[in-house]
Design a protein around this ligand. Sequence first.
Ligand code: GDP
Length: 424
Amino acid sequence: MSNCVVVGINWGDEGKGRMVDLLSSDKDVVVRYQGGGNAGHTVINEKGKFALHLLPSGIFRDGVVNILGNGVALDPENLLNEINSVRAQGVDITPDNLKISDRASLLLPWHRELDELEELRLADKKFGSTKQGIAPFYSDKYQKKTILAGELLHNPKLKEHIADLLEWKNLTITRVYGAEAITMEEIDKWLNDYCEQIKPFICDTGAFLANAQKSGKSIMFEAQLGSLRDLDYGIHPYTTSSNTLASYAPIGSGFPGAKLDEIIGVVKAYSTCVGEGPFVGEMDGDEATKLREAGGEYGAKTGRPRRVAPIDIVATKYGTRVQAATCIALTKMDVLSYMDKIPVIVKYDVNGEETDEFPFPSLLNDAKAVVTYMDGWKTDISGCRKWEELPKAAQDYVLYIEKAIECPIKYVSVGPERDSIIIR
Ligand code: GDP
């Protein structure tokens, strides 16, 4: 029995889903504990290629129970669509292998609309929201203006509760944004079309997790996005609206007493970032296009081209520290195989002063990357399965990063498929 959490060290899209899919083989339970359907995990295994948004990445493993914890933004419409599309690819999803926390708050039909209205109002000052309603959802959750999933089962006055919220929210929609009010008929349709269908999955997952642990089961917690998008520790205000850190896993999962034996931080062999905000050392022109193409760096949810940069030691060291990672999985090493020289951001120059400490967020706009270059290996490494099979230059790259971020790199991923991995 041991618990572990898989988290992103950087801006997200590091390959967490790929690592959860791999490492859940000896786990009994996989829990998503924060975030919503606004980002995507791509998983490739013997069952096919899947783009997951809200479903935990343990969903492909027979015998693994997957849980959506109280900390997630539970969007019934998107979840149902995702369940149906993964089922259509031949994966069994039943209340036996998917459970939704009765304490998860529901992302309501107006949250996505509010996201859209606010991005329109912000115009060129926008944050690059994925418009999935995540920020309005979490704001309302903390104002206690949401519905808990368990209310679909247990609250005889559910309709009244929603009608009260709707009356309040329509004030914002009509008076602040001048848009059309949402009607109770639309809400009824949403309840019928989506909420009814997810009801069989809703239960007391806190009790389930406590029992699982008592009977010696192993639990894996799965995060969305990465350290630099954490609401409290990230690059404010270009963060997400939830805590992406490992230390939030016990709270957001429904198992507040959980002990985390292993914290696996996922780092990509280069940097990518989606949306607006500072991104030190960002590449442009041909250099960027080549890396983006080599890595297939287009958003799983939005299709947006991701911004690219060299691996950033300053940000990665900080991300590793705030996650308290016990080991690292370095992904997408194979993507760098075309490079003669591999750039590495070793320090920042902030207003003439060099530092390897990650600066206060607003100082990031003044930070310039100090870059060094390492030798490339210029050979296909995607078939390597043992450390000794990696060319020396690739080993040196891994060892350099490991030393610089002060955390052991236990896994080196050389391809998107489940078995394209080197375990050290
Ligand atoms: P997540 O949100 O952290 O799970 O990451 P994403 O799924 O958004 O992005 C990671 C992408 O990289 C996915 O398309 C994966 O299939 C792919 N991927 C993961 N590891 C590797 C690897 O080692 N090599 C290559 N070429 N692709 C990888």
